[in-house]
Design a binder for this molecule. Structure first.
Ligand code: SAH
Length: 430
């Protein structure tokens, strides 16, 4: 029994988090397995996106070419989104071939592309050089384009409600593999796949403007490569993509030391904590890493992020029917957030997305409303997130990167549409 009586929740039951339809991996003493170390250490060959511009110049010089070629090559990649030597006409022919071979190894092979009926959401399935599979989701909104990127193949955090964790961690993605998801999405947008002009005649963003690290993996468990990828995203061209750090959201289950380190990086990214329960009794079961860092420690670290950076942080809260959606939990959450201060945080409840085999369901609308009302009454800004891409299993927690049907691993023709349904409309990140 949970110690907190559900006085305000009538006789609503307390459903315990339990893996349904799949077996959660456990340690010998029966606790959910946490994987911080990647079982596979293979990394792709170094790509220019793994390097700073100065490092690229040094490498180009090592290849016996003038260092300024590094800038030209970087411009092709970060501004024109191309790795095709035939399009690099400002470079001498033999130099292009050599530079591309040495500095732009193939990173992502497109295996499958699913597009929602209205065309505003695309889910990509990518194969990495060693056969590992990852996904990214591209979403168009009026005036901006958000890409949800993966940072690991699989995930070691083992959250029972998330599809990605069900197969454990395969390996960390390299810096360039993370960045390449953005470059490839930009290439796809440039080809017009996400639609051109808005219906009202206004312009859509012509490339990815917002990044959320909410695809596969726990970004802070792959800290160094993720931070390097963020630097590449914000570095001005031709060093990087020239994006705004504020439009990049790093989301974590709550790896406290890494959150504190992130607060010292001097990059003003938006920070999101996947809390999902304010009380340890429930969070211990919902977010296995809570055995290491308790809910209060994670909230303290989020608050510290705000103090150090001045950036308001987000608390993510997937609303799961009769599990974490009780009114008293909204009150407790509001109390814990207010105890640290005012104006430093907002809460993003999100209705749970179904995962394969799961019988868990999202909260009823009246319960959802009550949860939000309680937080707002406590003075906490709260925005309900609808979810994009549910019909293509592209919503939060649904990314599992299942392989395609081809037994020989042949690349599938891109551009397939799923059949039915309409996707949600509200954004995944502001
Ligand atoms: N590992 C990171 C980022 C990946 S998950 C993290 O946990 O924050 C991105 C967000 O989707 C997290 O808030 C996660 O808790 C949430 N999520 C996972 N499974 C979900 C599901 N089935 N329904 C709704 N949100 C889910």
């Amino acid at each position: 029994m949970l110690s907190n009586p559900a006085a305000t929740d009538g006789d609503r039951p307390q459903v315990r988090p339990q893996a349904e339809g799949w077996k959660q991996q456990t340690t010998e003493d029966g606790r959910p397995l946490l994987q911080f170390k990647q079982p596979r250490v293979a990394q792709p060959k170094t790509h220019l996106a793994d390097l700073t511009l100065a490092e690229r110049q040094a490498k180009v010089a090592e290849l016996g070419l003038p260092a300024f070629r590094a800038k030209q090559l970087s411009t092709h990649y970060f501004t024109h989104f191309t790795s095709d030597p035939d399009r690099m006409t400002d470079l001498p022919k033999d130099a292009r071939e050599k530079l591309v071979a040495e500095m732009m190894p193939p990173l992502l092979t497109e295996v499958r592309r699913l597009t929602t009926d209205n065309g505003d959401t695309i889910k990509f399935l990518w194969r990495l050089f060693d056969g590992a599979l990852v996904e990214s989701v591209l979403m168009r909104y009026p005036g901006r384009v958000t890409l949800c990127v993966s940072s690991q193949a699989g995930c070691g955090m083992n959250c029972p409600f998330c599809a990605t964790g069900q197969n454990g961690l395969t390996r960390n993605m390299s810096t360039a593999e993370i960045v390449e998801q953005v470059v490839r999405a930009n290439e796809v947008i440039a080809e017009g796949a996400l639609g051109g002009l808005r219906k009202d005649g206004g312009h859509n963003a012509e490339r990815v403007t917002n990044i959320v690290f909410m695809g596969m993996g726990e970004p802070l468990a792959n800290y160094k490569r993720v931070i390097a990828s963020v630097r590449r995203m914000v570095d001005p061209a031709p060093e990087g993509l020239g994006m705004s750090a504020r439009h990049i959201t790093v989301s974590t289950v709550g790896l406290v030391p890494a959150i504190n380190r992130l607060a010292e990086e001097g990059i003003p990214v938006t920070f999101a904590l996947s809390l999902h329960a304010p009380d340890d009794e429930l969070r211990d079961e919902l977010i296995p890493v809570n055995s290491r860092w308790k809910a209060d420690e994670a909230i303290d670290a989020a608050y510290n992020y705000f103090v150090k950076t001045g950036r308001r942080v987000s608390i993510e809260y997937a609303l799961i029917k009769d599990m974490n959606d009780h009114a008293w939990r909204a009150d407790l959450l509001g109390k814990k957030l207010n105890a640290r201060g005012r104006g430093w945080v907002h809460v993003n409840p999100i209705p749970l997305n179904p995962t394969p085999g799961s019988i868990w369901t999202s909260s009823e609308p009246d319960v959802t409303d009550e949860f939000i009302n309680r937080l707002e009454a406590a003075g906490i800004p709260t925005t309900l997130r609808d979810t994009r891409g549910k019909e293509i299993d592209g919503a939060c927690g649904q990314l599992a990167a299942e392989g395609d049907e081809e037994p020989d691993g042949a690349v599938t023709e891109a551009g397939g549409h799923t059949g039915a349904g309409t996707s949600g409309t509200i954004d995944i990140r502001g």
